[in-house]
Design a protein around this ligand. Structure first.
Ligand SMILES: [Zn+2]
Length: 70
């Protein structure tokens, strides 16, 4: 029998359950509240610098994650 989980990445259960994170832009220090699992790239609304990129799960945050927002 084929292993049903073959091809699925071994991902740790997410420890951060908060749906939103506050990410500070590296370029202009503007803080943005963005979804923790973005479906599309998120850019700074002020200067356009990338803040997060989608990974299929929890986003890859390119700015400083200041805190999470429940
Ligand atoms: Zn910015």
């Amino acid at each position: 029998m084929a292993a049903p989980e073959e091809g699925l990445p071994a991902v740790d259960a997410p420890r951060v359950r908060a749906p939103f994170v506050v990410v500070k832009c590296k370029d202009c220090s503007k803080e943005h509240v963005i979804f923790s699992r973005p479906a599309s790239p998120v850019n700074c609304s002020i200067c356009g610098a990338p803040l997060a990129s989608p990974t299929g799960g929890r986003g890859n945050f390119l700015g400083e994650v200041v805190r999470t927002v429940a």
